[in-house]
Design a protein around this ligand. Sequence first.
Ligand code: SIN
Ligand code: FE2
Length: 216
Amino acid sequence: MTMDLFDGASTLESQEQLAPGAVLLRGFAAADERELLSALAEVITQAPFRHMRTPGGLPMSVGMSNCGALGWISDRAGYRYGPVDPLSSQPWPPLPEVFLQLATHAAERAGFSRFVPDACLINRYEPGSRLSLHQDKNERDFGQPIVSVSLGLPVVFLFGGLSRSVPARRIGLMHGDVVVWGGPARLSYHGVLPLKEGFHPLVGSQRPNLTFRKAG
Ligand code: SIN
Ligand code: FE2
């Protein structure tokens, strides 16, 4: 398998354990790329990407949206999940079937057999966008994993430990790669280095990322 960061996608499916409870599924989403991208486009027409503000008032560099019963929101009031898109005052669009199938199959492959996500945070990285090291901890049940699907441009994903001081591994993620972390790794610190310029033949100059969660 090639590890060239500038390849369009992983050429073969493979599996690598990053830590107990954390698995990298190379190329797991590649076969569904077209269905995933068209479902994503449909969601985004209903709930467009926006730059949410941190509780401190700064706009985030990553464009965000959600689908599913609950969506992740950040604003002056803090971080939380809610059923309504604050832009439209409508419920978030439902989880497309192809999203749900992919997320549950990836979780199963990683050893989490009863994952039923109710939230999908959609991050859109453009060149320069980054996500600093954080834990996903606004969900109610840490017994359920996080499933993260990478599309579009390659990026360096940081995967650390349970405290900020544990040095983070740097993992090149490509179009079609899926990372699952749960169990003892559920509260692992993770983040994304600034996206480099580039062009992906199906997705253009961006990196959409889907993270599936059981939030409520
Ligand atoms: C996230 O932590 O919400 C997203 C991670 C990623 O973009 O790979
Ligand atoms: Fe996260």
